[in-house]
Write a protein that binds this ligand. Sequence first.
Ligand code: S3P
Length: 451
Amino acid sequence: MIPMQKVGHPVTELTAHPLARTSLNGEITAPGDKSISHRALMFGALAVGQTTVSGLLEGDDVRATAAAVAALGARVTRTGPGDWQVDGVGVGGLSEPGTVLDMGNSGTGARLLMGLVAGHPISATFTGDASLSRRPMGRITRPLQQMGARFQGREGDRLPMTVTGPETVMPISYDSPVASAQVKSAILLAGLNAPGITTVREPKPSRDHTENMLRQFGAEVSSEADGTGRIVRLTGQPELTPQRIIVPGDPSSAAFATVAALLSDGGKVTIRNVGINPLRAGLFDVLCSMGGRIEHGNTRMQGGEPVADLIVEGGPLAGVTAPEDNAAAMIDEYPILCIAAALASGRTVMRGIEELRVKESDRIARMVEGLRAAGVEVAEHEDGMTVTGSGGIPPRGGCTIDAGHDHRIGMSFLILGLFCERPITVTGAETIATSYPDFVAHLNGLGADLR
Ligand code: S3P
């Protein structure tokens, strides 16, 4: 058996040096999808028998979920790079962990597992890093309380927090105030052990990996449009059958090389194996509407999810208004969209994204502050930002940005540094390993200079 622990020391500071006249070229394979990797481990733990997973993202967030699922009684084994086995205990079969579950930086890991624990008559205490401990948990504790779970946490529903599930979970019908896959999934995971039908309505459709994968494991899940939103219904207490899961590449990670390639004059980059689920791939549509040249090749279905190779060619971009209706389909991609916008001609307007204020950091505040430090013109709104692009002229750069426990902030400013007059240094860069441990190797392999 290969140990779950990581080896080596994470790099804490990285500097992106301007590309000068070279352009990015070559080919990479997108790392495993983080959202799907978390779910594969969790649903594997709830199936009866052995699930195998290949292409699992081996970032810090997913490793924290693997350790938590093992502490809850499943057997989790790493058999090779990206290859894992989960021996599940069945729905209702989890046991009380003997240790605190440290979810590190991962909101998805924490919120989904709190739903899972809430569906069992056990208690578990969740903790996390400084970023996760600031994030609001009330959005999941409110519906889970209606299902019978009890919570004891810090002021303002923050971690550390202890969850105690009831003897019998109540199926509920919940009208969610936010379009959040984490909220929807936490309720559905608790609902797996409820006798009856659990219903979640969301105001706009959020990513549907939970529904897709639960169906694959044999659960009865229906989903239908309801006005601008969706209603999802799950029939409780199914017997989940073990699966062989092939995790597609993560569009949220592929987004960084995509934007770098678009900004690189004369560059041509192929990113293989990218998940293009329409509820995730909104960024690629916006980049195309800005004039970006992104082609799909070898489009196929993999494990219930659409996947393609992206062929990206550099060239000029023009600012647009990002459609608010599609915000949930690119919620994690606004930081890197800001970088594309910084070099486009004209303004890019990004509104209706107040959710960004409660991600790993307040991403609106951090992007605005960092872009200004790099010499990019940006206006902050309560619900977003408007970036005025340079029309391809390198912004000043020459600044240091603290990633502040937010991987996507760190990676976004490193991409910006490639196209500035002077280098950009990112501190706290170890956070990049939460979602994209190969980020530096991939970008440097394409011709970037990240040190
Ligand atoms: C995720 C859902 C999103 C996203 C997060 C991953 C998931 O959060 O920001 O990075 O895997 O369910 P919300 O659904 O809460 O917006």
